[in-house]
Each structure stands twice: as structure tokens, then as C-alpha cells.
Design a protein around this ligand. Sequence first.
Ligand code: 3AT
Ligand code: MG
Length: 335
Amino acid sequence: RILRRQMVCRRDIDGLNAHFLLIYKSLIPPEEEKAKQKQLLTLLEKLVYKEWPQAQLYLYGSCANSFGVLKSDIDVCLAMEDADTIKSEVLLKLADILQSDNLQNVQALTRARVPIVKLMDPETGISCDICVNNVLAVVNTKLLRDYASIDDRLRQLAYIVKHWAKSRGVNETYQGTLSSYAYVLMCIHFLQLRRPAVLPCLQEMEATYSVTVDDIECTFFDQVEKLSGFGSRNKETIAQLVWAFFNYWAYHHDYANTVISVRQGSVISKHEKDWTRRIGNDRHLICIEDPFEISHDLGRVVDKYSIRILREEFERAAEIMQYDPNPCEKLFEPY
Ligand code: 3AT
Ligand code: MG
């Protein structure tokens, strides 16, 4: 029976691949959406430069890291010198300026962990969050984008995983599950560890890009055009990788003792990072090291309830990939 099942699986794998690729393609934002985002950014630049001629606006997050799905909001960082001490004043002033230009739902959230101004542009229908001097996010956006350009399978896998996480309700940091950023790091790490590897570890290679942000030295190899074809010895398809990804997080990851690290391209021990016990709100029940802010565990939002939900969802997905004859339907079933 097992042999028959394996044979059935193998025969279906081409069909399954095609299905995953269709889903992936359906999630890619069309060119018009990119154009609308650009239009909104141009408008924001015009308004911001009038008040602060020295400031710069940068896109970050999924609109710039190449993991943006259809109808994503855009994340914008306003970079200006000496704004750190008066961030909330800058945000309030910015909210004023935007409001008087007919942008809608303008709200300054000055007490959030990352303080922002939110707004909606009625002309393009796009919503936007603007933060001040969150330059690390701009740098980690570049790292993710550079990884995505090395092997198409990263973008495919991450879109499928994000789509799964959104459908299953496990992409909600305020409910104790993981951010999109954390899921993309999980995908990068997973592809670094395949054998043969699909992705290299850019932070372990010769540094061709280097910036210091908030006293953190961010360096990595960014001449990624030289790395095209890096993963070509690995022939795994997207269907196999999706299966293996969920299998890893369901049954093989050592939650009790290890941390995943994109920075080192390996797992490291919780002990080494002193992440073995709860300190304040950081419970370290699933540990994902930020590539630059290395004391930052992206799993710290996860608590003892949400870790169960997450792990049950990984197991559910792994089971579906293993046994369901038509896994795509079940995998993305709304929770
Ligand atoms: P969506 O498509 O909006 O779900 P996204 O890639 O925009 O995905 P997030 O909204 O989770 O991802 O985050 C926006 C960016 O902010 C991504 C990353 O550059 C940065 N970021 C998010 N969370 C963290 C974090 N905990 N530490 C450092 N940077 C972060
Ligand atoms: Mg976002």
C-alpha cells in the first residue's frame, strides 16, 4: 500500500507543481498596482519635501522586498537627521500635512512599538504606513529582496507560505502568531539548509554592502547577479519544497533547544543566545533570530496558547501535503 501511495504521489507531483505555480502567479501584484504605489509615493514625496527638504522617503516591507501579494499596503520610512528625539512631533506634523491634502483616515499612532502615521489614498485606494528613521527595516528589506533574486523558488515558497498563513489565521502578531517577515526568514533559512543548498548565506560571504544603523553593523554580499544559478544543483520543485517546509516545522524542528539563524545559515543553540527562559514578555517558544538585530527573537510574540495553534497548523499542513490527493484546496481553507 505504501509503495502504491508513493507511486500515486510521484505521478501527481507534476500536477501539484502546476497548481502551486498557478496559485503563486495569481498572488503576484499586476503592473498597474505597482504603478499606483509609485503614484502614491510621488505624492508623499512632494508633500514631505515641502516641509523637510533634507528628508528621504524609502519603501520597505512587502512592497519593496519582492514578497508583496495582491492588495498589500505600502510601508514607507521617512529618514531625516536628528528626528529621533522628536519622532512623535514629526509624526504629528506629518499627519497634519497629509490630512490637509485630502488623504483619508489619517491617524498618528505615536505610542506603538514602531510609531507610525497611517493613511489611505482615495485616488489609488492604497493604504500606507509611514514610520520615521526605521532604517534597519529598509536594510532588512534589501536583504530579503537580494535573497529573492538568487532563486525563484524562494519567492514561490514564501508566497505559498504567506498565503497559507493568512488563510489559516496564523499571520497575526497581535494574536501571538508570526509576522510575514518572520515567515519569509523561515523560508530563507529552510532553503539555506537544503542539500544541495538552494540559497547561500549572504552574511557569511565577503561583504560588498555595508552600513551602520543604530550602532549595528549590517554587512553582506549583495552582488547577487553573480549568484544566479547557485541553487541549480538542487532539483527540488515547489511542491516538494512546500511539503518539506511543513514537515520540518511539524516534526523536525527542535523547538526546545534551537534558534534558526539566517545570519549564520544554520541552526544555533538557545543556550548560546541565552534564550532558554522567559525574560519579561520574551518566552522564546519558537526562536527566529533577526538577521541584524541579533538580540531580537521574531518569535517573541508567540505565547503558550499561540504556540499550540501554530504547531497544530504546521502538522495539519504537513498531513495534508502527505496524504491529501488534492492538497491545495484543504491547505488554504479559511479557518
Ligand atoms: P505583508 O505582505 O504586509 O503581510 P510585509 O513583508 O510588509 O508583509 P510586515 O508587514 O510583517 O511584512 O513588516 C513590514 C516590514 O517591516 C518587513 C520588515 O522589513 C520590517 N519588520 C517587520 N517586523 C519586524 C521586526 N519584528 N523586526 C524588524 N523588522 C521588522
Ligand atoms: Mg506590510
